[in-house]
Design a protein around this ligand. Structure first.
Ligand SMILES: Cc1ncc(COP(=O)(O)O)c(C=O)c1O
Length: 436
């Protein structure tokens, strides 16, 4: 490692100078574990970046990728096609809520979001409501890094660095530690925060708004779960004002919450769902937007015969190798029951284990649902807003990869995690947090 030249690689979302002064490098991975070159084993308590849901280096997926790359590595997807793309899309929509029967493919969560925002605009124009061009997002929301995504997103530094290229306003976030500390599952208080949408509609006028986009739970914002009844109320207000509702399920999809999608888990059906990450178990980049029939049909019907209906797409939309990886991923999810595993005993065990850390004086809140969780730490004044990063660095040294967000340690382990592994994770975290 000492002879590794770290100069050329400009690392994303990383303090490059700090990292390069002491690189933390992963050599290989298997199951829920990462390994350094030295052989040191690290529990991957974040499933990579909330994405390796079936665990690392699954041989079935590797084999499918290999075979596909040897059979059809690539072929144009504009005006030509391949069967695999169609077969995969048909298979994917077996998992989506009723009515979301169409798939638009990209290569990442950011591209899925960008595609969904454009689809929303195209739909509004198609039905003669072309004044509806702005979007409503939410504070602390994360929707990737493209210009639309940062505009609707509500993570301050991402937003402040580049302004607001796409017209958007933001709902208040729903994190309320004072009222909801140590909630198990969905927090009790905060349904009234959905009424904030009424405020924004009254301010801008419904005839200006194309869509509302929220994550069912905020991941990168620090694992913020929706208060009971909140998402349902957002849906009602959207219906009342004829606004599209987009759920960004890039993290919450593919079993994280105990159902294939959080929409199903929470019983609220949006008009579009964005997806990525766990869709291929993070092996090959792939993003997707699941689109309701009413949107697809309106856009198709509005275009003259023989014309492209939607001027948007990526060279690698429905890339054959990504589709093959996605198919193999679905095989594993189905065979091992992973898409609902978090709603069973392991989710309960995760909840109880995580909350067993509540006795630590450094802990001011613990939040969880399915197989996701956050431990909010009491930060000293000098480290407020950055204490999670410190805890994450110490956890890494102790053999755990956990994500520091603000003053919280956030986790989303692979859905294959077993009880003894949760035990070991919590023992390590107890030691790390006690020493803070
Ligand atoms: C909810 C959500 N949307 C979009 C994205 C962006 O995905 P990507 O990094 O693949 O572009 C993320 C990434 O974490 C996410 O959590």
């Amino acid at each position: 490692m000492s002879d590794l030249n770290t100069n050329a690689f400009w690392m994303p979302f990383t303090p490059n100078r700090t990292f390069k002064s002491s690189p933390r490098l992963v050599e290989r991975a298997e199951g829920i574990y990462l390994y350094e070159k030295s052989g040191r084993q690290i529990i991957d308590a974040t499933a990579g970046l909330w994405c390796s849901n079936a665990g690392h280096c699954r041989s079935e997926i590797a084999e499918a990728i290999h075979q596909q790359a040897k059979t059809l590595d690539y072929s144009s997807i504009f005006n030509f096609g391949h069967e695999l793309g169609f077969e995969y899309a048909e298979r994917l929509v077996q998992y989506t809520p009723e009515g979301l029967n169409h798939v638009f493919f990209g290569n990442s969560g950011s591209e899925a979001v960008e595609s969904a925002l454009k689809i929303a605009l195209q739909y509004q124009r198609a039905r003669g409501k072309g004044t509806r061009t702005m979007f409503i997002g939410r504070e602390k929301g994360y929707h990737g890094v493209n210009f639309g995504g940062i505009s609707v997103g509500g993570i301050a530094p991402n937003y402040q660095s580049f302004g607001q290229p796409v017209k958007a306003n933001h709902l208040r976030h729903t994190l309320d530690i004072e009222r909801n500390a140590f909630s198990k599952g969905l927090p009790e208080f905060g349904v009234e925060l959905a009424e904030d949408l009424e405020r924004l509609v009254a301010f801008h006028g419904a005839d200006q708004i194309a869509a509302v986009i929220v994550e069912p739970f905020s991941g990168a914002g620090g694992v913020i779960l929706p208060p009971k009844g909140y998402l349902k109320r957002l849906r009602e207000i959207c219906d009342q004002h004829d606004l599209l509702l987009i759920f960004d399920e890039v993290i919450s999809g593919w079993g994280r919450m105990g159902s294939p999608f959080a929409s199903e888990e929470f019983g609220v059906t949006p008009d579009m769902i964005t997806s990525a990450k766990g869709i291929t178990n993070a092996t090959v980049p792939l993003g997707a937007v699941f689109v309701h029939d009413k949107i697809y049909n309106a856009v198709m019907d509005a275009a003259p015969d023989g014309m492209v209906e939607f001027f948007h797409g990526y060279t690698y939309s429905a890339h054959p190798v990504a589709c093959a990886a996605g198919m193999a991923t679905l095989d594993i999810y189905e065979r091992e029951g992973l898409l609902t595993r978090a709603s069973g005993d392991i989710g309960k065990y995760w909840e109880e284990s995580l909350h067993s850390l509540a006795d630590l004086e450094q802990v001011i809140d613990i939040r969880n649902y399915g197989l996701v969780g956050a431990i909010e730490l009491r930060a000293p004044d000098s480290l407020k807003g950055k204490f999670g990063g410190k805890a994450s660095a110490l956890a890494w040294d102790a053999g755990v990869m956990a994500r520091g967000i603000g003053d919280a340690l956030c986790m989303s382990p692979p859905l294959i995690i077993e009880t003894h592994e949760i035990d070991r994770l919590m023992e390590t975290l107890r030691e790390v947090i006690s020493g803070l």
